[in-house]
Design a protein around this ligand. Structure first.
Ligand code: ZN
Length: 581
């Protein structure tokens, strides 16, 4: 018996140990999670909400604000602040009616109108929990609001007592782990009482979280059309959302931003310093940015009430200045103003990058080479790319390249000395050509020389013989190639229209004795033939018939449009080829 008793005794002790073990183990699991409470403020925002927000901030407490649409309309900046400071913005209807007394459309209007007002602060697409006014719900109301409904489990009757000490005492008396506390921030005494209660509860180990966080941390998913009044411990605490980490690195000389957050959280970010909300960019992977830039980011399971603190980083990294390309006598030199920058270049038309050859000294070029260069290396971000061309004719250009329709003609015209560049390797192909310039190009091409008598005979008061175009206009006038606007005006600085250009070039062909076959009607193929001035029609027809001028891609001649240097170079070289045949 004794033995048997002894066995029983041992079994009893064993059972006791197991029970005690379980009993001791349970609080250990609970201790892994903090005591959580969700305090909620209804019927605001109002004149005391800012003071409440100041107090919550000092205490590191988060809360949920069930706002009335009508009040949110009056306090838009307060709504924004509630959202910005990481509290949860929620919907308490527009005008606080008993929703069960309204029609379906009436219920939806109360909810949707308020959502729209709250969206102004939180961004489109934000989801809002709903609390029915007076807690008055029905299954019809629950299905109509299309959101989880939140009631409460602690009601200090703050609206009734209007006494801070009573409000505090009532909250302390009833609050437990997982409670949802109801207070109204439209009463000054409620704000004071709630803040005092938060101090005491914090000293008792409570953490104040939003309603959404209370449920998320305990592994519970809120469902639309279902109501909830508390969330007691489940043995799970997923912990608060950790702020994201922002790092940057240099990738091929470009600034690359990398943002990381805990698993399952979405990252919302901005790179222009703008505030974050539901409409902010979502991070999908590393991206390139220019410097200096400020990257702001939060990690969120829901931007409204379930998000991390914000991380903000301002990045200023030195960027190398673009190198300067020079070509003289076929020798390429590259220079960078940025100390320590390496220069990378290509000579085959491909864009230069950090994997291109490094410039180490002057390079001999062969004609027809496109040069591309950039600077960077070390801690420097890469400069922009610069390009230039050492042309087939041995000219150096920064602004025209093979492949552009006027490139070859411009290159030839410059080599022949008919047109000059505008300095520093620029051809300025889009720059308008003046009447004085066009006649000068033609004069240079002619290879002729105005005589002293011709220069003296120049009748135009606005065309001085000493100007660069003086000789050219005198030469052209004496040969009947140009006439003025009047006996006194040539308007050398006026940009030359396409029909004026036709007249001048046709005049030159006539002067050179080119026999022009009858070309009447040749301009009729242009859709805008009727807009050609009578004095220019014959010249346009002759130039068209000889194939020296044509319309644009829409079939128009555009007689009044100006001519660019690119067009003038092209026409001059066509004329030269025509006369050389
Ligand atoms: Zn209310």
């Amino acid at each position: 018996m004794k033995r048997q008793n002894g066995k029983r005794f041992l079994a009893a002790i064993l059972a006791l140990v197991l029970i005690l073990g379980t009993a001791f183990a349970a609080p250990t699991v609970r201790a892994a999670g903090k005591k959580l409470v969700a305090i909620t403020f209804d019927d605001g925002p109002g004149p005391y909400t800012d003071r409440l927000l100041d107090g919550l901030k000092r205490r590191g407490a988060k809360a949920t604000f069930f706002m009335l649409g009508s009040r949110a309309e009056s306090y838009p900046e307060v709504v924004k602040r509630v959202y910005r400071e990481g509290h949860q913005v929620a919907n308490h209807s527009y005008g606080h009616p008993d929703l069960t007394t309204l029609s379906d459309a009436g219920v939806q209007s109360q909810i949707q109108t308020t959502n729209g007002i709250l969206n102004r602060a939180c961004g489109k697409g934000t989801s809002y929990l709903v609390r029915a006014p007076y807690g008055s719900e029905s299954s019809r109301v629950r299905s109509l609001v299309g959101a989880p409904l939140i009631r409460w489990s602690v009601d200090p009757l703050d609206w009734k007592y209007r006494n801070a000490a009573t409000v505090k005492a009532n909250i302390l008396a009833d609050t437990y782990d997982g409670a949802i506390v109801l207070v109204h921030d439209i009463h000054s005494t409620s704000v004071d009482g709630a803040l005092a209660a938060i101090d005491t509860l914090k000293s008792r180990g409570y953490e104040f979280v939003t309603v959404r966080e209370l449920f998320r941390r305990r592994g519970k998913t809120l469902q639309n059309g279902v109501d909830y009044s508390s969330c007691t411990p489940t043995g799970t605490d997923l912990g608060p959302v950790t702020a994201p980490k922002i790092t940057n690195e240099s990738e091929n000389g470009k600034l690359k931003i990398v943002i990381t957050a805990q698993a399952g959280a979405q990252i919302y970010y901005s790179t222009d310093g703008s505030a974050l909300n539901q409409e902010s960019k979502r991070y999908t992977g590393p991206f390139l940015a220019d410097t200096p830039c400020t990257v702001r980011a939060v990690a969120a399971y829901n931007m409204n009430g379930s998000r991390s603190e914000e991380t903000s980083v301002t990045i200023t990294k030195p960027t190398a200045k673009a190198p300067r390309i020079q070509v003289e006598n076929g020798m390429l030199t590259l220079e960078s103003e940025t100390p320590g920058a390496r220069i990378y270049y290509t000579l085959n038309g491909a864009p230069a990058g950090l994997d291109s050859p490094v410039y180490e000294g002057p390079v001999e070029l062969s004609p027809g080479t496109v040069i591309s260069a950039c600077a960077g290396g070390g801690d420097l971000l890469r400069s922009g790319e610069v390009r230039a061309v050492y042309s087939h004719q041995g000219n150096f250009f920064r602004d025209i390249f093979p492949g552009q329709w006027y490139y070859a003609d411009a290159d030839r015209a410059v080599s022949a000395g008919y047109l000059y560049g505008v300095g520093d390797g620029r051809f300025a192909p889009e720059k308008p050509v003046t009447r004085g310039q066009l006649v000068t190009f033609l004069y240079r091409y002619s290879g002729e020389q105005a005589t002293e008598e011709e220069l003296m005979a120049l009748p135009f008061g606005d065309t001085k013989p000493t100007e660069y175009y003086g000789e050219a206009v005198a030469w052209a006038y004496a040969r009947g190639i140009v006439s003025g606007y009047s006996s006194a005006e040539f308007r050398p600085e006026k940009s030359v229209s396409r029909e004026e250009m036709s007249v001048i070039f046709a005049g030159f062909l006539t002067y050179r004795g080119v026999s022009m076959p009858d070309s009447a009607g040749a301009a009729q193929k242009y859709l805008d033939a009727g807009k050609i001035s009578p004095w220019a029609l014959k010249a346009v027809e002759q130039m068209t018939a000889q194939g020296l001028l044509s319309g644009d891609t829409n079939g128009k001649f555009l007689p009044a449009a100006g001519s660019t240097r690119g067009q003038a170079a092209s026409l001059l070289m066509r004329l030269a080829d025509f006369l050389a045949e």
